[in-house]
Design a protein around this ligand. Structure first.
Ligand SMILES: C[S@@+](CC[C@H](N)C(=O)[O-])C[C@H]1O[C@@H](n2cnc3c(N)ncnc32)[C@H](O)[C@@H]1O
Length: 259
């Protein structure tokens, strides 16, 4: 998967996926589990996931046997993988942009997306949030898990510097926000914040890697990185930026209710 792409240019998350990593969100498996727990998904719920990627969270959510599950993902290789991995008459994967999806207005009980708003420009973030709001029933919940900046009053120049260096390292336009900015963006689009949770941004730290992937896969990922010079160079550059701004970056998960 993603084999045709050039390692020097590919987005950081697909590079990690190519090295064998399955958990591609900033707060890791633990913050995802908290997010899913807070969404309180039941067998009576219609659920939409924005950007399921490799399907890690989809596999957790499908254990609750929701009434229906729709995953909307932009990447066609990821869609193929998801379609081969998960089957069921109530499970659908659509290739497309989460900002505009063929799902009826006020038809869904739960919508969530991880590590996908961060990579959008601010107006695109708002469009995706508005689409979540459109498809949710009143009182329905929207969960996000994204890259955060801290503190809330972080200097604008520092923020711009982080966004620039991060984007260069991961080769994706990365625009993380502070927790209060994420909350304001949701509130400005007819959501009420129910809960905000944080975790350190330890995506490439050995302890998190083992916690997210397990010993065996973590060892395989380490082997793949060590035996691929180009990938190693890229991942070290990513890690350098994560370390440099370790005090300013975190992971944020928010549960918001449609009002
Ligand atoms: C960093 S990966 C995260 C994948 C997955 N949510 C996870 O946390 O493991 C970002 C994903 O978002 C998808 N994506 C980005 N923008 C999107 C959009 N506007 N609509 C649907 N998918 C999008 C990408 O194709 C990619 O699979």
């Amino acid at each position: 998967m993603f084999d045709g792409q050039d390692i020097d240019k590919m987005p950081g998350h697909w590079l990690l996926a190519r090295m064998g990593k399955k958990v591609l969100r900033p707060g890791g498996k633990e913050l995802t589990q908290k997010l899913i727990h807070e969404l309180q998904i039941t067998g009576a719920h219609n659920v939409v996931e924005f950007a399921p990627g490799l399907g890690f969270t989809a596999s957790l959510v499908l254990q609750y046997h929701p009434l229906s599950y729709i995953g909307v993902e932009m990447d066609k290789d990821a869609i193929k993988l998801l379609q081969s991995k998960f089957r069921g008459s109530n499970i659908t994967f659509l290739q497309g942009n989460a900002a505009s999806i063929p799902v009826l207005t006020e038809s869904q009980d739960r919508v969530y997306g991880e590590a996908m708003l961060t990579m959008q420009a601010d107006h695109k973030k708002a469009e995706i949030i508005q689409e979540a709001e459109r498809i949710l029933k009143r009182g329905g919940l929207y969960g996000i898990h994204e890259l955060g900046l801290m503190p809330d009053n972080l200097d604008e120049a520092v923020k711009a510097k982080i966004q620039k260096e991060l984007s260069l390292a991961i080769k994706v336009n990365a625009r993380p926000l502070t927790v209060s900015e994420w909350q304001q963006l949701l509130e400005a689009n007819s959501f009420r914040i129910k809960k905000a949770m944080k975790a350190p941004m330890h995506l490439l730290e050995p302890t998190r890697m083992v916690g997210d992937e397990g010993w065996l896969r973590a060892a395989r990922i380490a082997f793949n990185i060590l035996t691929n010079g180009k990938a190693r160079k890229r991942l070290l550059a990513m890690r350098r930026v994560f370390h440099k701004y370790g005090r300013q970056m975190n992971a944020v998960a928010i549960i918001a209710e449609k009002i």
